[in-house]
Design a protein around this ligand. Sequence first.
Ligand SMILES: Cc1cc2nc3c(=O)[nH]c(=O)nc-3n(C[C@H](O)[C@H](O)[C@H](O)COP(=O)(O)OP(=O)(O)OC[C@H]3O[C@@H](n4cnc5c(N)ncnc54)[C@H](O)[C@@H]3O)c2cc1C
Length: 308
Amino acid sequence: VAVVGGGAVGCELAWLLQTLGSRVTLVEALERLLPLPGLDPECSRLLQRELKKAGVKVLTGMVVAGWERRAGGARLSLEASPFIEHRRPPKPREIEAERILVAAGRRPRTQGLGLEEAGVELDGRGGVKVDHSLATTASGVYAVGDVLGPSRPMLAHLAGREGLAAAANALGGAERVPYSAVPAVAFTAPQVAWVGLSPAQAEDQGLEAAVASCDLRSMGKAQALGELAGFCRLVCAADTGRLLGASAVGHAAGELIHEAALALTLGATAADVARAIHAHPTLSEAWAEAAEAAAGLAVHQPPSRGLR
Ligand SMILES: Cc1cc2nc3c(=O)[nH]c(=O)nc-3n(C[C@H](O)[C@H](O)[C@H](O)COP(=O)(O)OP(=O)(O)OC[C@H]3O[C@@H](n4cnc5c(N)ncnc54)[C@H](O)[C@@H]3O)c2cc1C
C-alpha cells in the first residue's frame, strides 16, 4: 500500500496497515512526518524511527508526481518535493502498490450552501470567518469545527468545545475557547501527543523558552511494560518557568498528555508540576522528572541532561 501524506491520519493508517500485514510505503512532501508547527521535530524523528522499525518504508521530502494503473495495482512516480529546500534532493523513483491511500489535505466544504448570500463571509481558504465568540459575519449565525478551516486545529474534541461555547454565546454568554491548550494525538505506536507551543512556535512569538525532557526508558513502569521508546517534554518560559507547551511520545502518550494540558490550562509552572506528587511506578513520573529538570530541582538526572 502506498500511503500519501505523513500527517496524523497518514501515519496512523500506515502503521495500522503495516501491523495488519500489508507492506506500506509512506510518502510525505515535507521534511518530516507530522510536519505541524506545534509539534517538536524530535517527536517526528522518534515516530519515523519506530515506524521504520515496524517495517514501514518512509519517504520524506517527496511528492507523487503521477501514477498509472498496472495489472493488480498501480505504479507511482515520485520526485523531490517542490515545497521544501533540499540539501540533497532525493532522486526520482517509482514504486509499485496494490492500493493507494491518499491522506493529505482536508478543506472545509463551504461552497454551494448559500453562505455568502446569507451574509456569512469566508476567509481566503474557504473557511467560515468567525470572531472570538465564534459569531460569523451574519448576525445571529455562529460556526464551529472543521468548517472554520485549517487556521485552527481540525479535531473532534475542539469542534465539540467550540459547539458548547458557540451555543452559550448565542444565548448571551461570553465563553472563550482555550485555543492555547488543545491537545492533539497521533494514534500510532508509539503514540505522539502534544499541546500548546512547540519550542519553534515559542521562539516565533519572541518568548525565551527552556525545554526539559525525560526519556520513558528511565521509568520503572516503562521497563515493566517493555515500552521503552519515547519521552515527555515540557516547554517553559525561561524566566518564570510557566508552561508554554508539552509533547509526549510513547506508550499511552495520548493519555499522558492530559496532565500537561491541565497544567497549561491552569497556568502552572514547571515547579508546580514538580511539586505535585506522582505515583510510582507510573509513566506519569516522566512529567515530574521533566518538570524537576526545568525548575532546577532534578534529583534523578543532572540538569544539564534535561535542560536544553
Ligand atoms: C480519517 C480521519 C481521522 C480523524 N481522526 C481524528 C481523531 O483521531 N481525533 C480527532 O479529534 N479528530 C479526528 N479527525 C477529525 C475529526 O473527524 C473532525 O475534526 C471532526 O469530525 C469535526 O467535527 P465537525 O462537527 O466540525 O464536522 P463533521 O464531523 O464533518 O460533521 C459535519 C456534519 O455535517 C453534515 N453536513 C455537511 N453538509 C451538510 C448540509 N449541507 N446539510 C446538513 N448536513 C451537512 C456532514 O454529513 C457531517 O455529518 C479525523 C478526521 C479524519 C478524516
